[in-house]
Design a binder for this molecule. Structure first.
Ligand code: GTP
Ligand code: MG
Length: 573
């Protein structure tokens, strides 16, 4: 039997819901980082994956009785965690203590018997629970409580922000309200694990790994689920199995070496295609077909194979996630690890990134449709860069993280050096004590006046550099350093960003001067910044007109005195 990881206190009886004293796995993932030791990214991912493999997703009747449900399931073995949620149906996520319990449950499950439709037999871990006798269930029992997987409405958010005590408090409130919950993180890893089962029908031994905002600590409830098919594990010789076989045959373990010794080397016969891109397209094409034809709950499958980075996009209906599946994307996973480190180093980082991302979304600077818009990934890089530029810096440069790295951290991917220290405890905390309010205002000031026409943003060195080409916005890819991650951004989108940043800096500056008060009914602070254009309160619209008047006044004064720098004056800052 598998041993149970030490952090699981599997009591042998039906476990309680969340909120127990037990520590969640990825403290930094869900923001409860203050008291809990920070784990390495790879450790968190490994544990989450293992946890997901012991978990099943069950579509249940709405009026399910929780106690009876758990009693029924625990026939297959002790349950570690469970929760219910609604997403066009009522679902339960049930994590057993042992993987064998899942096998036991699956062996008891039936394939549906439908008279009009034909089911394609596929024994997944996504199950359907039916009541044998309806009359037994309904009356006296309370049905199970559900856990919310969606972000709050704008109305609710504005209420929460208006009740906050300060702008700092507003930023943390926004973070707490929007960050991925423990349950949502589990559901994301479970979804990847379920997709892995389907992909494994073609590629036994493959791994589906989540990346992007689902794992990098910057995920917002409702964000997409980025995952990639990792076939590298298949290529590695299965040393573990070889050892077992060797022992079973009572052959000395040196036979392992004997197999590779001498003049022989065994390889698999494989089909060859002209390029890696074609291989990727072929693999994604069959996986897309598989998901479309046999994947329980996978709908709206689109194969986007001619994109720069070919992908399969689909909805996983039961979890409600929009999924983007690519293949071997280890550099993107490394970027996720780097962002995880930055997000875990200082509590202000995630609060600031969330606010800037929400601000950009509220003003349509970002969009779910690909185009000339700035992306959340680029915005995150801008915040990191800004925090590296503070005095003293709040975040270290990527080069300094590289210089702290040990031999075991060394990582070269596709010829790119992706080495950086992975142990969070080896990075010295910042001595900077600036408030979030100040940082947000300064962020807008900084980028409202940044020389985008001349300079590029570079988190590797933490300083501006001359732009190597004429793209309006140039943010150096941290690992593939000759690439610009914001190449798609148009001049007009950049201009819009700059103008909104200046306006927002101005609004925050007025707040500094004491108006309006936190108790006022008018949106204030962060809430005022998140109001979509045109929805500003009368006081805000009035305020918005002022900077133009001030700009004109400044210009006139500059012309009169004939000495001031007009271009600087016209910025009104
Ligand atoms: P959300 O908007 O919350 O989904 O943020 P995200 O970080 O998940 O962004 P997205 O889904 O667009 O992309 C997923 C991941 O792909 C990112 O976290 C990056 O690691 C990587 N990525 C996205 N865009 C680029 C890009 O332009 N260049 C490179 N090199 N990587 C990118
Ligand atoms: Mg994403």
């Amino acid at each position: 039997q598998r041993s149970i990881p030490r952090h699981f206190s599997c009591p042998g009886t039906v476990a309680a819901n969340f909120g127990s004293e037990e520590q969640p796995l990825g403290s930094a993932e869900t923001g409860s980082e203050d008291k809990i030791p920070k784990k390495r990214f790879s450790e968190v991912q490994k544990e989450r994956r293992e946890q997901a493999q012991r978990t099943v997703l069950i579509h249940c009747p709405n009026n399910i009785n929780e106690k009876k449900f758990l009693k029924y399931l625990s026939q297959h073995g002790p349950i570690n965690k469970h929760f219910f949620y609604e997403s066009f149906g009522f679902y339960a996520v049930v994590e057993f203590c042992q993987k064998d319990s899942v096998n036991s449950l699956q062996s008891e499950a039936h394939t549906p018997n439908k008279s009009t439709e034909s089911a394609i037999p596929f024994k997944s871990r996504f199950l359907n629970l039916k009541l044998k006798n309806l009359s037994n269930q309904i009356p006296e029992q309370l049905s199970a409580q559900t856990n919310n997987q969606s972000p709050p409405s704008s109305k609710k958010l504005f209420e929460l922000l208006n009740y906050a005590e300060s702008i700092d408090d507003q930023l943390y409130t926004l973070l707490k309200t929007f960050q991925l919950t423990e349950e949502n993180v589990r559901l994301r890893h479970l979804t990847c694990s379920l997709i892995e089962d389907i992909a494994a029908a073609y590629f036994p031994g493959c791994v589906i790994r989540p990346f992007g905002s689902s794992v990098n600590t910057f995920g917002k409830l409702g964000c997409d689920l980025d995952m990639f098919l990792d076939l590298d594990e298949i290529g590695k010789p299965n040393v573990h199995k070889v050892i077992i076989i060797s022992f079973a045959r009572c052959i000395s373990s040196t036979s392992l070496h004997v197999r590779n010794a001498g003049n022989f080397l065994m390889e698999f016969q494989m089909k060859n295609v002209p390029s890696e891109r074609i291989a990727t397209q072929k693999i994604l094409s069959v996986i897309g077909e598989c998901l479309d034809n046999f994947g329980p709950g996978c709908v709206g499958v689109q194969k986007i194979l001619n994109a720069r980075c070919p992908l399969v996009r689909f909805s996983h209906q039961a979890s409600g996630f929009q999924c983007d599946l690519t293949t071997n994307n280890s550099i993107a996973l490394k970027s996720s690890e780097l962002l995880y480190i930055y997000g875990s180093l200082d509590a202000r980082v995630r609060a600031l990134v969330f606010s800037v991302r929400c601000w950009a979304r509220a003003h349509s600077l970002t969009s779910s449709i690909p185009g000339a818009w700035i992306t959340n990934f680029s915005l995150t890089m801008m915040v990191i860069f800004f925090l590296q530029r503070r005095s003293p810096p709040i975040l270290p440069t990527l080069d300094s993280l590289k210089s702290l790295a040990d031999a075991e951290d060394r990582c070269i991917l596709d010829g790119n050096n992706c080495t950086f220290i992975r142990d969070l405890y080896k990075i010295k905390p910042s001595g900077n004590t600036e408030t979030l309010e100040l940082l947000l205002k300064e962020f807008f000031e900084y980028f409202g006046n940044f020389a985008f026409n001349k300079n590029s943003i570079n988190i590797r060195q933490g300083r501006e550099q001359n732009k190597p080409d004429s793209s309006p916005l140039y943010i150096q890819n941290p690992f593939e350093t000759s690439l610009n991650i914001s190449k798609n951004v148009s001049q007009s989108q950049l201009q819009k960003f700059v103008e909104l940043a200046r306006d927002s800096a101005w609004i925050l500056e007025q707040e500094d001067k004491g108006q309006p008060s936190p108790s006022s009914k008018q949106p204030w602070g962060l809430a005022a910044l998140l109001l979509p254009p045109g929805a500003a309160s009368p006081s805000l619209s009035k305020k918005k007109k002022k900077p133009m008047a001030e700009k004109v006044k400044g210009l006139l004064a500059a012309i009169k005195s004939n000495s001031a720098d007009i271009s600087k004056g016209s910025r009104g800052k």
